[in-house]
Design a binder for this molecule. Structure first.
Ligand SMILES: [Fe+2]
Length: 322
């Protein structure tokens, strides 16, 4: 079970369980940590109460014990903020921390009374969170010590370099061990489907230089890079399944299986550590990040779990940014 990062796993007294009935899907013990975040994108509305769609993914998030959702854009695809929030509240409850980056399908009802942004601001305020900037589009917020930066490169119309500067400045001015850059869209080579260059490389390189994990959506599949020392040139710094993040080396992922649909694999490259599309018979699901494991504030464990219970990617992350 190479993905468990044997050295770290044994160090922490963690073990693999035996093979599950489906031999392709080994069961693993998920380590406990201080904070667990769920990453999803591209959700959609599920009119059925517990269909195999967005609500099933939200239920998975609840069952896994996540403490917050980071939604990398594209909410209900129906310009219906009220129905979208109702779907979240139905499953996770109205007091569940839920943070977003605006996606292209959310722009129409992003601003204005009753829009997505107002509803997200009201939710965060009601739950006692404070932030700087514009929530969901250029905001910084700390969730249980994790520095979260939300942008909208390629989605909202801003001057050239606006989001690159935003991430660069935000990361430079903060000393948190864990940093996450969240936005919706991609560069073509930072996803494995049919998306084109929509963000520019500046935001990816700014977050790499600042030692932040890069969370995106938009393409309806899951893909996760190895540790990279250049995003633009896809330079692999290490093939290890323990990713050691520094200011200069990090990884990026697309977690776009939040409910709207699943697409096939069109691209490949040796910088990808995990790819999960219809080509791999993917199901909907979420990426989970468990931070601060075994009292170590610099150790995290990430895993992608689908609604059928399969864990299709799992890896350790060590933060050496400080
Ligand atoms: Fe999108």
């Amino acid at each position: 079970m190479p993905w468990l990062g044997v050295g770290l796993a044994s160090l922490l007294g963690l073990s693999c369980k035996g093979q599950s009935p489906d031999a392709a899907v080994p069961a693993i013990d998920i380590p406990e940590g201080r904070v667990k975040l769920a990453f999803i994108g591209d959700q959609g509305l599920d009119s059925r109460l517990w269909g195999n769609g967005p609500r099933a993914v939200l239920k998975l998030i609840q069952d896994e014990g996540a403490q917050a959702v980071l939604h990398q854009g594209d909410f209900d695809y129906d310009d219906d903020p009220a129905a979208w929030v109702r779907q979240i509240d139905d499953v996770l409850g109205p007091d569940f921390p839920y943070f977003v980056s605006v996606g292209n399908h959310d722009v129409e009802r992003w601003d204005g009374p009753g829009g997505y942004r107002e509803r997200m601001e009201q939710r965060a305020t009601r739950l006692g969170f404070t932030w700087t900037g514009e929530l969901g589009e250029s905001a910084e917020l700390h969730f249980r010590g994790i520095h979260l930066l939300f942008g909208a490169p390629g989605t909202l119309d801003r001057p050239d370099g606006f989001y690159t500067d935003f991430f660069t400045r935000g990361l430079a001015a903060d000393t948190s061990t864990w940093r996450v850059c969240s936005w919706h869209k991609n560069q073509e080579l930072m996803q494995v489907g049919g998306k084109t260059d929509e963000t520019g490389w500046g935001v990816y390189e700014a977050c790499r230089a600042g030692g932040a994990i890069i969370a995106t959506g938009h393409e309806h599949s899951y893909s996760r890079t190895h540790l990279l020392s250049s995003m633009e040139h896809q330079t692999v710094a290490s093939l290890s399944d323990t990713l050691r993040i520094t200011k200069g080396e990090t990884f990026a992922f697309v977690s776009g299986l939040g409910g709207r649909g699943i697409r096939d694999q069109k691209l490949a490259g040796d910088w990808w550590a995990s790819i999960h599309t219809t080509t791999q018979e993917a199901a909907l699901g979420a990426l989970f990040g468990v931070f601060d494991i075994g009292g170590r504030g610099d150790l995290a464990f990430f895993y992608f779990k689908d609604v059928d219970g399969n864990i299709v990617d799992a890896f350790w992350v060590v933060s050496a940014v400080n």
